[in-house]
Write a protein that binds this ligand. Structure first.
Ligand SMILES: [Zn+2]
Length: 83
């Protein structure tokens, strides 16, 4: 069953989730969703890996602008509207 509205809601919080700053309840909802949604799991894994790679090169901090650019580069919108 496709539930893209739900996916988009959760993915909007992904940046915070990967940072570990997401509200506990949302965090739980996201993790529950991930267990049943392969698409979102792929997005989370990709985002995590991208952030980790970036932090290895720039260990001090990730400026918010860069963070946003990373999210854009992952083209979450395109991803969500596939198939
Ligand atoms: Zn999903």
């Amino acid at each position: 069953m496709k539930n893209k509205g739900h996916c988009e809601d959760l993915l909007a919080s992904l940046s915070d989730y990967v940072d570990g700053t997401l509200d506990g309840q949302l965090c739980e909802a996201l993790e529950q969703h991930l267990q049943s949604c392969h698409n979102c799991t792929v997005v989370v894994n990709t985002l995590r890996r991208t952030v980790e790679l970036y932090q290895q090169e720039e260990p001090d901090a990730m400026p918010e602008a860069v963070h946003q650019r990373l999210l854009h580069r992952l083209q979450l919108d395109d991803f969500l509207h596939e198939g």
